[in-house]
Design a protein around this ligand. Structure first.
Ligand code: CA
Ligand code: CA
Ligand code: CA
Length: 168
């Protein structure tokens, strides 16, 4: 079971269980906050894995902050684990978009993918998919300084350390 707590000014505002299904083995470990719906409060995306039923399965979830608490919202997101989330304004329209890198297979470590979810009026939809790296990280970075964010990946692929820039 995973608990999301929202604290403001040192005071706990809300606390919610992220996985109410009762499945054992839920191991959600990572979260990234951002005001993805531009209403002034922070929302959160979380990533982890559940045992389903004999294999770890990645789960990615967004919780929208409605002012009173966090509400799980339905987004068609790839379930990943052992990876990272990064919010960034991908196309420069003022709202944050979501960059995700993670594993989709508990068995095959090479099944690592990078996903860009575009935020259009608070609805996230998958825009692009790339092959990712193992044991690494992914960052938004305007590498060619054209005012648009690009992607930098650092990590391992087939056992070799690799740094890959994807210009968007
Ligand atoms: Ca918000
Ligand atoms: Ca945007
Ligand atoms: Ca750029």
């Amino acid at each position: 079971m995973f608990t999301v707590s929202l604290t403001h000014g040192g005071k706990k505002m809300s606390e919610q269980q992220a996985d109410r299904s009762g499945r054992r083995g839920s191991r959600i470990r990572k979260a990234a906050w951002a005001d993805y719906d531009s209403d002034g409060d922070l929302d959160v995306v979380s990533m982890g894995a559940v045992l389903a039923p004999d294999l770890l399965r990645g789960v990615s979830t967004i919780f929208q902050n409605d002012g009173d608490g966090l509400v799980k919202i339905d987004v068609e997101m790839e379930g990943v684990f052992a990876g990272v989330f990064r919010w960034g304004d991908y196309e420069g329209d003022g709202d944050v978009d979501l960059l995700v890198m993670g594993r989709t297979s508990a068995i095959d470590p090479e099944k690592q993918f990078v996903y860009i979810y575009l935020n259009e009026r608070n609805v996230l939809s998958l825009a692009q998919t790339f092959r990712g790296v193992n044991y690494g990280t992914v960052l938004w970075q305007d590498q060619n300084q054209d005012g648009r964010l690009d992607i930098l990946m650092l990590g391992y692929r087939n056992g070799d350390f690799t740094a890959q820039m994807i210009l968007l």
